[in-house]
Design a protein around this ligand. Structure first.
Ligand code: ATP
Ligand code: MG
Length: 388
């Protein structure tokens, strides 16, 4: 099927075909729920996973996102059963599987290294999990044929992995998992080795297949954009702990820690003190640099030292307005759809970084005096001693 391969390289996706080929006969979701409680792991006295709890619904796409060494792979390996947790439980559809070995869990795994069997052809690689499950020869031929065709790999069926490109090998690895329709698929940076264009295509394919088949996917990446594109919910990991487990929108709009606010999309932090409560229930923060920022809801007490956080795209430039923060534009860089500017606030202590602002409308010039404010929905407030 050369057209299919061409259609992929031309940017048209075969995901619908693949999903249709693999779709179960019934319309009920094939995914299963996954429940994790108190998962811990130490190596040589160093705790690398420190109490992970999460409930993942059947058919949900969940991603662990975090910097290198934050414990993502270790957590996934404990879900998979390849690494034994020091404590904690893993349950599937309410059944405790913590002690079960990986082969008995019926999870599918896709790893960063494709881990194809080098001595087997593409077809044999994809047939392998079905053989393990004792599926009949005729049924194996049919399902492998359908899956390879839908993934645009039919014409490579007789090749060995070393005769394929990285992207083709990764598609084989994906087919080898999807061919037996596991209810839960675990993926550890499966697209890490691909170039940007192929990565984008594969993300769309993975997402479409997952949705069509109702698979539960637990995915690991350190790429923010990838996490946002794919996930229903994202678990932000730091030092072996989940900082926040939430929808992409929830993480962006209501970060619960300064780390999350800064990690996902960057934030400006402004120090200040909470004012007396107002009748509207909002928290008003009098900034050390002068000016006031208002946050809609936050359990802060009057007089408390806090850090207010606002994303660069949420700071607004206004003509002088009650309570706004005044400053001078230091840099202004046009980057296409918007202009990135930095503003030195009046009264900012030496060494304080300037405010980062992104604006699409009428950007000011370097040296211009500006007033800055933010909508109350866009301001988060954290205790001043809260790290991150
Ligand atoms: N088998 C092991 N023995 C000792 N230390 C380990 C072992 N496996 C992982 N670690 C350590 O545990 C920590 C977490 O590792 P892990 O592989 O889970 O991180 P990660 O979040 O997947 O990082 P990356 O993004 O780099 O893949 C790291 O500091 C790592 O060095
Ligand atoms: Mg890892």
């Amino acid at each position: 099927m050369p057209e299919r391969t061409q259609s992929l390289t031309a940017g048209k996706l075969s995901a619908d075909d693949l999903a249709a080929a693999l779709a179960p006969r019934s319309s009920s979701p094939t995914g299963k729920s996954l429940s994790v409680t108190g998962l811990r792991k130490s190596y040589g006295g160093t705790t690398v996973v420190d109490g992970v709890d999460m409930e993942i619904a059947a058919g949900e796409f969940v991603t662990f996102l975090g910097s290198s060494g934050s414990g993502k792979t270790t957590t996934l390996m404990m879900l998979a059963g390849f690494t034994e947790p020091d404590s904690g439980t893993v349950s599937v559809d309410g059944r405790d599987i913590t002690g079960l070995n990986p082969g008995k869990r019926d999870f599918g795994f896709v790893f960063q290294q494709y881990l194809l069997f080098p001595h087997m052809t593409v077809e044999e690689n994809v047939a392998f999990p079905l053989q393990l499950r004792g599926v009949s020869k005729a049924e194996i031929r049919r399902r492998v044929g359908e899956t390879l065709q839908a993934a645009g790999l039919s014409k490579f069926a007789g090749r060995k992995p070393r005769e394929l490109s990285g992207g083709q090998q990764q598609r084989v690895a994906l087919c080898r998992v999807l061919v037996y329709r596991p209810p839960i698929v675990l993926m550890d940076e499966p697209l890490g080795a691909l170039d940007k264009k192929l990565r984008d295509q594969m993300q769309t394919e993975i997402k479409t297949i997952q949705r069509e088949l109702g698979l539960t996917v637990v995915y690991v990446t350190h790429d923010q954009e990838e996490a946002l594109v794919l996930s229903d919910r994202i678990a932000i990991m730091k030092d072996g702990r989940i900082e926040q487990f939430d929808t992409p929108r929830g993480l962006f709009e209501h970060p619960r820690t300064p780390f999350v606010a800064d990690f996902l999309g960057a934030a400006n932090f402004l120090n200040g003190k909470v004012e007396e409560p107002a009748a509207d229930g909002c928290t008003r923060v009098r900034l050390d640099t002068g000016g006031v920022l208002t946050a809609r809801e936050h359990p802060c007490v009057p007089g408390q030292r806090v850090r207010a956080a606002v994303r660069p795209g949420k700071l607004r430039l206004v003509s002088a307005e009650e309570g706004c923060c005044t400053g001078t534009v230091e840099t202004a860089v046009y980057v296409g759809s918007l202009t990135r500017i930095s503003v030195r606030l009046d009264g900012a202590a030496p060494g304080t970084p300037p405010l980062r602002i992104e604006t699409a409308v009428a950007p000011p010039r370097v040296g211009e005096r500006v007033c800055v404010t933010a909508e109350r929905e866009d301001v988060s407030v954290f205790d001043a001693t809260d790290g991150g």
